[in-house]
Design a protein around this ligand. Sequence first.
Ligand code: ASP
Length: 338
Amino acid sequence: MNKRKKIFIIYTGGTIGMQPSKRGYTPAAGFLTQQLAKIPELQYPDMPLYTIKEYATLIDSANMTPQQWNKIANDIMEVYHEYDGFIVLHGTDTMAYTTSALSFMLENLTKPVIVTGSQLPLFEIRTDARQTIITSLLIINNYAIPEVCLYFGHQLFRGNRARKMSVFSFTAFASPNFPPLVAAGTNFDSNETLWRKPSRKKLKLQKINEPMLVWLRLFPGMSCDILRQILQTPVQAIVLETFGSGNAPDNNPELIKLLKQACARGVVIVNLSQCLYGSVDMTQYATGSALAEAGLISSYDMTPEATLTKLYYLFSKEKSITKIKQQFQQDLCGELTV
Ligand code: ASP
């Protein structure tokens, strides 16, 4: 008989283990772990074995912070050699930020890390939590995907490509610019050609700190005053959400001048499209070329979550602004299409 695989589950909080309270759903200590013990399918002999680490403070993922990402990654590192794979139970609100962050931080990963959660708590009759937990365990049992993934709504996504799309749907996530790694229908349909190749290098954890970063979404009629004020602070990076393929009003010389001056003094300014599908291409229109000439760098087809966490990661890893800009525009772990 094959040896049963061993999976380490980290429970951080989220709807999955919540209970109703006067102020709405809230996480409850010990509750999820008790409920899981009552699921007969988890005890079947062809299921993998699991161990749960429940965090002392369970959170709604709206409260997630980069310090918490460091803790999750560190907890995976500590038991990495004892387990075949890892599941992180997490709220859906910021799940795609966590999967993106972990994908950069866990350098040279060779084992699967699946982050999942649910739209309805495990105790609810119509809960989706049983399905997400059981299927995540079975995916790790069947496939050694060497990636940080997000499982939701019957699909396994590359973690740094996924986005929360719906507040209410059981298929709450999508991966607009990259196909799912596994579709969990009546059978598992896995597209192994899409998986990343396992690294031969040793696993390394790159912890992250937050640089002083500003997120700015362009809109018709936006005043330059906002940007001027921002540039009076010690800001290190700005993500500018632009129109279409990465365009901004080039008939606003003040805007272009401010951006150019900021790039020249070493602020990293990223051009991220407001569109969900497709890639930034600053050569397509004169309104995009103006931004390239000002010194902005491209986010290509990265998600906003990958864009943010990649900046955090690179500012924590590299001192040189030139290196940060170079690496930001390279594919580090499947987050952008080259
Ligand atoms: N607010 C919840 C959270 O992100 C939503 C969820 O888990 O689905 O923790």
